[in-house]
Design a protein around this ligand. Structure first.
Ligand SMILES: *Cc1c(COP(=O)(O)O)cnc(C)c1O
Length: 361
């Protein structure tokens, strides 16, 4: 084998069997949970589908809180499994309203409630603690999609009493999308469908039987060494940096983005306590649409329009993972300031940067 023929990404050494359990344990530390953590060899959307597949059945009554397409997908997977699903949508582009959840829960009993913690589509943060308290008071299982929030927001799974929590390394943790994790409580295991006739990548019960109950050695199937080496590096890096520092890096990038955006357009998309630290939605001035901004912005920028209803009214500044640095935010704000200037909305770039760097605060 010569160097010229060696392809490092294709020829990675095997991932040691005894290396899987420490990764699950590292995820458990990130989640602050003593619950079982299983590894799903796929992106986090598949782990979410596995949760729906493992719990959905005729007779299951589920309340799905919808603040983006992930809630709609989860509702769809549950319905496909025959469950009785009620959806409660957030106001467009805004977080779920906890008193609305309280009303629905007071009127009806549910076996399961699904909520997304933080959303990158609109840069919003759902009131997870309030929702968790309401759900626990009713004795329903709480399913949390924390894929975007993990690493960017405080997430204490055991304190919340969350029963199934899905995360992935590819957002704030700064890793790759190939392996995700699900934390499963004892109460959740009791409701999970047993292993079927044939193995399924969507079966949590299979992971329990074939991995947790066999001493957490070989994972079922053929694990991709490449993905697990990458995950090991990501989780080691997270532990080196420390969760508190990682979170503060996101919080400080978000503060800079919000302060700059406020000076730039004069209004905030959501109030700071309802904003995520991952993405900042900049409410565009009247008469300017996201597509126009993107068309005149300099090349190489990382601005994006919104998705879903109202998405044309905002520009997203992504400060997640490796981008969670004030310098990155300042660059994006400057590109946005110049693009808006070209469209006739002129603001002094110096004033935007001054605000974003804490000027006057
Ligand atoms: C990104 C994300 C997912 C799914 O991630 P994939 O990379 O598409 O698997 C799920 N939920 C939320 C809230 C996300 O932000």
């Amino acid at each position: 084998m010569t160097d010229a023929l060696w392809t490092p990404l294709a020829d990675v050494p095997p991932f040691p069997t005894e290396g899987f359990a420490p990764l699950a344990d590292a995820f458990a530390r990130v989640l602050r949970t003593r619950n079982d953590v299983v590894l799903v060899q796929a992106e986090a959307a598949v782990a979410l589908e596995a949760v729906a597949h493992s719990l959905g059945r005729p007779g299951l009554r589920a309340l799905v809180l919808v603040s983006s397409l992930y809630g709609r997908w989860f509702a769809g997977w549950l319905r496909r499994a025959g469950a009785d699903v009620r959806e409660l949508a957030a106001p467009p582009g805004q977080p779920i309203v906890a008193p609305e959840v309280a009303k629905v829960l007071a009127a009806e009993r549910f076996d399961l409630v699904f909520v997304v913690h933080a959303e990158s589509a609109y840069g919003i943060l759902n009131p997870l603690e309030d929702i968790a308290a309401l759900v626990k008071a009713q004795g329903a299982l709480l399913v949390v999609d924390a894929v975007a929030s993990v690493g960017g927001h405080a997430l204490d799974v055991d304190a919340l009493g969350a029963d199934l929590v899905v995360i992935g390394p590819q957002k704030a943790l700064g890793g790759q999308a190939g392996v995700s994790a699900v934390a499963v409580s004892e109460a959740a295991w009791e409701r999970v469908a047993p292993p079927g006739e044939a193995p399924s990548v969507l079966s949590l019960a299979d992971l329990r039987a074939d991995w947790l109950e066999t001493g957490r050695k070989a994972l079922p199937g053929t694990p991709s060494a490449l993905e697990f080496h990458a995950l090991a590096q990501t989780l080691a890096q997270v532990e080196r940096e420390g969760l508190l520092v990682l979170r503060e890096r996101h919080a400080s990038a978000a503060r800079a983005a919000r302060a700059g955006a406020l000076v730039l357009t004069g209004r905030a998309w959501v109030s700071p306590d309802r904003a995520s630290t991952l993405v900042t939605a900049v409410a565009l001035p009247e008469g300017i649409a996201a597509a126009q901004v993107l068309a005149v912005a300099e090349v190489g920028h990382a601005l994006s329009g919104g998705v879903g209803s109202g998405g044309e009214r905002l520009i997203r500044l992504n400060h997640t993972g490796a981008r969670a640095h004030r310098a990155v935010v300042l660059e994006d704000l400057t590109v946005l300031t110049r693009a808006l200037g070209r469209l006739g909305h002129r603001v002094d770039p110096g004033a935007v940067v001054f605000a974003a760097t804490g000027g006057g605060a």
